[in-house]
Design a protein around this ligand. Structure first.
Ligand code: ZN
Length: 61
Protein backbone atom coordinates (compact mmCIF):
# COMPACT_ATOMS: atom_id res chain seq x y z
CA UNK A 1 0.00 0.00 0.00
CA UNK A 2 2.13 2.81 1.28
CA UNK A 3 5.53 3.29 -0.27
CA UNK A 4 6.76 5.74 2.31
CA UNK A 5 6.44 9.46 2.39
CA UNK A 6 6.06 10.99 -1.04
CA UNK A 7 8.39 13.75 -2.02
CA UNK A 8 6.83 16.74 -3.68
CA UNK A 9 8.46 19.37 -5.80
CA UNK A 10 7.16 22.85 -5.14
CA UNK A 11 8.18 26.29 -6.29
CA UNK A 12 9.22 28.82 -3.72
CA UNK A 13 6.87 31.83 -3.88
CA UNK A 14 9.77 34.12 -3.00
CA UNK A 15 12.69 33.09 -5.19
CA UNK A 16 10.96 30.74 -7.63
CA UNK A 17 13.42 27.92 -7.05
CA UNK A 18 12.19 24.35 -7.06
CA UNK A 19 12.53 22.71 -3.69
CA UNK A 20 11.59 19.27 -2.48
CA UNK A 21 9.43 18.64 0.54
CA UNK A 22 8.33 15.41 2.14
CA UNK A 23 4.61 15.17 2.73
CA UNK A 24 3.17 13.04 5.49
CA UNK A 25 -0.14 12.11 3.88
CA UNK A 26 -1.15 9.89 6.80
CA UNK A 27 -1.74 13.06 8.81
CA UNK A 28 -4.47 14.17 6.40
CA UNK A 29 -4.93 17.74 5.25
CA UNK A 30 -2.63 20.14 6.96
CA UNK A 31 -0.77 23.40 6.57
CA UNK A 32 2.53 24.43 8.02
CA UNK A 33 5.40 26.82 7.60
CA UNK A 34 8.41 25.59 5.69
CA UNK A 35 11.61 27.54 5.22
CA UNK A 36 12.85 27.69 1.65
CA UNK A 37 16.02 25.67 1.25
CA UNK A 38 17.38 28.30 -1.13
CA UNK A 39 16.39 31.74 0.16
CA UNK A 40 15.37 30.74 3.73
CA UNK A 41 12.09 32.65 3.55
CA UNK A 42 9.17 31.07 5.39
CA UNK A 43 6.41 29.87 3.09
CA UNK A 44 3.03 28.47 4.03
CA UNK A 45 2.47 24.98 2.68
CA UNK A 46 -1.05 23.67 2.31
CA UNK A 47 -1.45 19.92 1.97
CA UNK A 48 -4.68 18.25 0.94
CA UNK A 49 -4.74 14.55 1.62
CA UNK A 50 -7.36 11.91 2.14
CA UNK A 51 -7.01 8.23 2.99
CA UNK A 52 -3.24 8.53 2.81
CA UNK A 53 -3.34 9.88 -0.72
CA UNK A 54 -1.97 13.23 -1.66
CA UNK A 55 -4.59 15.33 -3.44
CA UNK A 56 -2.90 18.66 -3.82
CA UNK A 57 -0.03 20.79 -2.60
CA UNK A 58 -0.23 24.56 -2.56
CA UNK A 59 2.25 27.11 -1.35
CA UNK A 60 1.76 30.73 -0.42
CA UNK A 61 3.95 33.39 1.15
ZN1 ZN B 1 13.08 30.61 -1.92
Amino acid sequence: MSSGLPEQRIHCPFCGETITIVVDTSAGSQSYIEDCQVCCQPMQVFIEAADGELLSVHVDR
